[in-house]
Design a protein around this ligand. Sequence first.
Ligand code: ADE
Length: 290
Amino acid sequence: ALPSEYKDHVRIAVIGGTGIQDLPGFTKVASLDIDTPWGKPSSPITILHHQCSVSGKDVPVAFLSRHGTHHQIAPHEVPNRANIAALRSVGVRTVIAFSAVGSLQEAIKPRDFVVPDQIIDRTKGVRPFTFFEGGVVAHVPFGDPFDENVAKVVRACGHSLEGEGVVLHDRGTLVCMEGPQFSTRAESNMYRSFGGSVINMSALPESKLAREAELAYQMICMSTDYDCWHESTADVTVEMVMGNMKANAVNARRFVGAVLDALALDSNAETVNAKHLEGGVKFGISTPQT
Ligand code: ADE
């Protein structure tokens, strides 16, 4: 169970993707086995204790491993509704989501980080993608799929680590494909012609469900390969993705630490509490309310 001093204080969550199954270096204070109306999340939600290295303030952080504790859940099998509902149920309002991505642009090199600001949906509709169905109709705005307030904090943190080897691209269009197979070369080139910057299999419906749950959500992408369009590098393989993730783990950890430090500052409390998103769903429901 969640120790009483943490109840109603967990506002920030980190969702770890491929290569980030846990967050070493943080003290674990609880592991919550949560059940939701949409089933169980990908992994227990661990509550970690983070001490802000700037203010000294103690901040609890929820951590969820998207592909399971042992990377046993394929992208199309991730229980996204349970994940988002479970995080929301412990009080989370802001989600920092990590993802390994393929690069669709020469300038985004393997091991670079990207803070995407747009998404192109290339999933195939096989993943449950909304909380609203069975009699409740809602349409939430999604023109900007990520939270710009959180993005600003994340970008500043990434740039503060430039001297330590973090290369950050401030914006980008993320193509989210169905998978689990990688793209064909023709598809990869089509995504480039769409203006895609990077490609993954995990941004959707996670980000849509976060919006429906009124959570501030920002993905941090870590480039691991040039997919299969690049003429002078080998086509993407799992080995390539894992190898670059592993090589970049220290930077990813530094990046998370810096983001959590920044989000713990009082000056960012409003961003973290996602006050600006409150009521978004209430006004999006088009079913007559009695
Ligand atoms: N994740 C990491 N690399 C990828 C790629 N090339 N395509 C889709 N998802 C990825």
